[in-house]
Design a protein around this ligand. Sequence first.
Ligand SMILES: Cc1ncc(COP(=O)(O)O)c(C=O)c1O
Length: 415
Amino acid sequence: MDDDAAALFRRACAVTPGGVHSPVRAFHAVGGQPFFTRHAAGARLTTTDGRELVDFCMAFGPLPLGHAHPAVAEAARTALADGWSYGTAEPWSLELAEFIAGRLPWAESIRFVNSGTEAVMTALRLARGITGRTTLLKFDGCYHGHSDAMLVRAGSGLAGVAGSAGVPPAVAADTVVVPLDDAAALAAAFDRHGAGLAAAIIEPLPANFGLLPQRREFLAELRDLCTRHGALLVFDEVISGFRLAFGGFTEVTGLVPDLVTWGKVIGGGFPVGACAGPRDLMQYLAPPGPVYQAGTLSANPLAMRAGLATLRLLEDGSAYRQLDALGSRLEQGVRAAGYHVQRAGSLFWIPGAAPQPGTLRSAAQVDARLITDFPALFHRLLDAGIYLPPGPHEVGFLSLAHTAADVDRLLAALA
Ligand SMILES: Cc1ncc(COP(=O)(O)O)c(C=O)c1O
């Protein structure tokens, strides 16, 4: 195997579009060529050319315990020994579903799938099947995976892009897009489309166009409007679920959606997604109900057992307190170094440029000037052995494997 990243990338580009299997990995937003990871443990990546990097990207969110945590590795090894795909009912998804449903009353019934994208597709089809309506409402800058209906003003990889080629105009036309943090626009959208609205979907803590924390009152207004107009409210907690608190942003806000989508953390870093809600709504899914959804590898025992091992270590809440303390150290240090930073628990966002006062709450507020020097910052940190997510709109992730010394190394490199 070649070790040299440039040679590997040339070979990858010959056999894969853009050399990668998910666009952000190609480093287009920061320039230069991507490194190739050979190994990961704790808070460190080791590249094929032998560099060790402190990882603040952490695979974009599924690893709150860090890379290759021993308990998760042991669960996966045990799962492998038992065979890794059955296509039958098995006890592991049952155990994981009971573990979650027993702790989160708004998630009585759960369907596991293979990605966050699939989880959202499932929730939205379910909402349309339940309500008999077609229109969907989403928010500018929120990303909900790459299904056609959600590729409209979707943040990060699509930041600044209206959508994607290949999405039929008729499909996009059924998606109404509203700015975040704009109560008047939200009310107007419900006035106009409310009667035909199947669902409104939001990242309750938007984390795909930088980090754009919403006022609780705005989320409460959304909850109220959905109830009044008979539309289902979907909280997409693919990033925030089990990361901000065990019960995600639903627990943090106390606002309960009709359906919730998860991914990332519930599989402990293995491919996973889930859609959950009250039993009477989830019963609309096949086989009891008329809304079809299926998956050859769904509830794969590796992901189920790795997810269970992960959630067991997060359950008592002490992990979140530890992550928050580390996040607070990072936030204060970054601000003291003169950079803009937004943070919620172990999620943080450092755009590239000079400090901007106040909290940004909508994509429209994110001034292009705030992010123009991100590529230079990214490469300066990379040269110092620090890996931030490779894009100005991507959020960073802390894990329990990060130490105060790791954070201080980032701060020293920033200063
Ligand atoms: C909020 C949110 N929803 C859905 C998705 C899609 O998940 P996946 O990449 O597993 O398909 C993502 C991915 O980052 C996400 O951040």
